[in-house]
Design a protein around this ligand. Structure first.
Ligand SMILES: [Fe+2]
Ligand SMILES: [Fe+2]
Length: 164
């Protein structure tokens, strides 16, 4: 925690910390959803889908790391109890109970769309108020936009394949 670094934040730091902890919970749940999805997924194009899900899982874990570091910089504490992820989450968790590729892809597309919406909101809230958080959120948002596109193009290929 650095005093001057916190002083330059032109918004309510406590409120910002709550918003960041929400993102932190979302990232862990997204990580787990991808990680487990990659283990259980079945069906056509399985290998390509597994590779993508594993890559995304690694990205979500990296996002959790980035958000945790920023929370600590701001004098806060990242959620210490995993059971609190469920209370804090905005985008939730979709258990991969149905392992069919199409279902797994759609669950994760839904998650990415939620993440894009949330980070866009966070970007607007921090713009011109907290450049450090803004910059971090922008980097994460860029990844989430790429994630949605990766999954959607896999889902399109799968659709072609299933129609033949
Ligand atoms: Fe993420
Ligand atoms: Fe993502």
């Amino acid at each position: 925690m650095g005093s001057k670094g916190i002083e330059i934040v032109g918004m309510d730091v406590k409120q910002l910390l709550d918003l960041l902890n929400k993102a932190f919970a979302d990232e862990w749940l997204a990580y787990y959803q991808y990680w487990l999805g990659a283990k259980v997924v079945k069906g056509p194009m399985k290998e390509a889908v597994i590779a993508e899900l594993m890559q995304h899982a690694a990205d979500e874990l990296r996002h959790a790391d980035m958000v945790a570091m920023r929370i600590i910089q701001l004098g806060g504490t990242p959620i210490t109890e995993p059971k609190q992820w469920y209370e804090a989450t905005g985008c939730g968790y979709d258990a991969p109970n149905n392992p069919f590729v199409e279902v797994i892809l759609n669950q994760n597309i839904k998650g990415e769309r939620c993440a894009i919406g949330y980070y866009k909101k966070l970007l607007e809230m921090t713009q011109a108020k907290d450049p450090v958080t803004y910059n971090m959120v922008l980097q994460i948002l860029q990844d989430e936009v790429a994630h949605e596109e990766d999954l959607q193009s896999l889902a399109e290929d799968l659709e072609f394949m299933l129609k033949k």
